[in-house]
Ligand binder design. Structure first.
Ligand SMILES: [Zn+2]
Ligand SMILES: [Zn+2]
Length: 351
């Protein structure tokens, strides 16, 4: 074990609509079944923006955001089993479940009544270290660098959980071609599905990435695809996409809403839903999703397109993500983090 500093730098939430604030926190040795993880990389997820905007109620006061965390275990609590110092782990959004409620007992811990979420009700990975419950940390396939693996932890996992509901579709639409979509597209193409990518109007770089990843068609969300779709997933937090996507669906088609927050869905004619079309949301993830997806990802192989930024530039990076100026996934790396974390690439994506 390398010697641990007494203090670490982090970026903390300081109120809805206010930029993140640099903060110094003490580094504490883990207790119980907790791990102390030195963060190598932490992806920025759209959910982080919803936390910052106050769209999600009751965050932990001064919470450190970030729930796509990859790092090395520096210390373990006395009750930790199966993970040792030096192991590389990923820490996802699901940080704790009660194990006792009816959802937990029926294999649906993603719907737990008393959950804790990393980077929302637990401190997350916009920091040099994170304390994580070892029961909710996962070994990371060696094929990925820290930065590449980071988006797998939420964009990948939520994308995978959404995709499982539409895996039998032949023609699959994906609305909002950001971090989650670019991972799901690779999975879907690998499984022989035709991918139709819908982006903001005029977002040429996202459409280009979609085609490079094997999408048969890429266009604006307001456009109709050349053929009706068997299923679609909406990752963009934009309610008006729901009637648009339903209009593009075959009878009996399924529309999955993959985001934690969405603007209001406008009133729409029943005709759009008629014909046994189904609309459903996907909430959080189970640990089983993580085990399945992290085994599957290197076999596809899924290659996340990431751009890394220093942790101290979190606010600027979030602004760029919000404005749609980033392609693929944005990943924060603690300033001064060493090899393996990846550096900012010369091109817009690649890392
Ligand atoms: Zn529960
Ligand atoms: Zn997320």
């Amino acid at each position: 074990m390398t010697s641990l500093p007494k203090r670490m730098s982090a970026m903390e939430f300081s109120g809805a609509g206010v930029p993140l604030r640099p903060a110094y926190r003490s580094v504490k040795l883990p207790t119980g079944r907790n791990l102390l993880v030195r963060v190598g990389a932490c992806g920025i997820c759209r959910t982080d923006l919803h936390v910052l905007d106050g769209d999600l109620p009751h965050p932990k006061p001064h919470v450190i955001p970030g729930h796509e965390v990859i790092g090395r275990v520096e210390a373990i609590g006395p009750s930790v089993r199966g993970i040792k110092v030096g192991d590389r782990v990923g820490v996802p959004w699901l940080g704790y479940t009660c194990g006792r409620c009816s959802y937990c007992r029926s294999g649906r811990e993603n719907l737990c009544e008393r959950p804790k979420f990393t980077g929302y009700t637990l401190d997350g990975g916009y920091a040099e270290f994170i304390t994580a419950d070892s029961h909710y940390a996962f070994p990371i396939p060696p094929a990925y660098s820290d930065a590449e693996a980071a988006p797998l932890m939420c964009a990948g996992l939520i994308g995978y959980r959404s995709w499982k509901l539409v895996r039998s579709a032949r023609r699959l639409g994906i609305y909002g071609f950001g971090a989650a979509a670019h991972i799901v597209a690779q999975l879907a193409v690998h499984e022989g599905q035709e991918v139709y990518a819908f982006t903001r109007s005029g977002d040429r770089s996202a459409q280009k990435l979609a085609r490079e990843l094997g999408a048969v068609w890429a266009g604006a969300s307001e456009e109709m695809p050349p053929k009706l779709l068997d299923a679609a997933i909406i990752f963009a937090p934009v309610g008006p996409l729901v009637p648009l996507a339903l209009k593009a669906l075959e009878k009996g088609g399924t529309l999955v809403l993959g985001g934690i927050h969405m603007t209001d869905i406008p009133a729409m004619p029943y005709d759009l839903l008629w014909g046994e079309r189904v609309v459903r949301s996907v909430a959080n993830l189970t640990r089983q999703d993580a085990i399945e997806f992290l085994a599957l990802a290197p076999r596809v192989p899924i290659r996340p397109h990431v751009t890394t930024f220093p942790l101290s530039e979190a606010n600027e990076t979030i602004a760029a993500l919000r404005a749609g100026r980033l392609v693929g996934a944005a990943v924060l790396v603690p300033d001064g983090a060493g090899a393996g974390a990846g550096r900012r690439p010369a091109t817009k994506r690649g890392a």
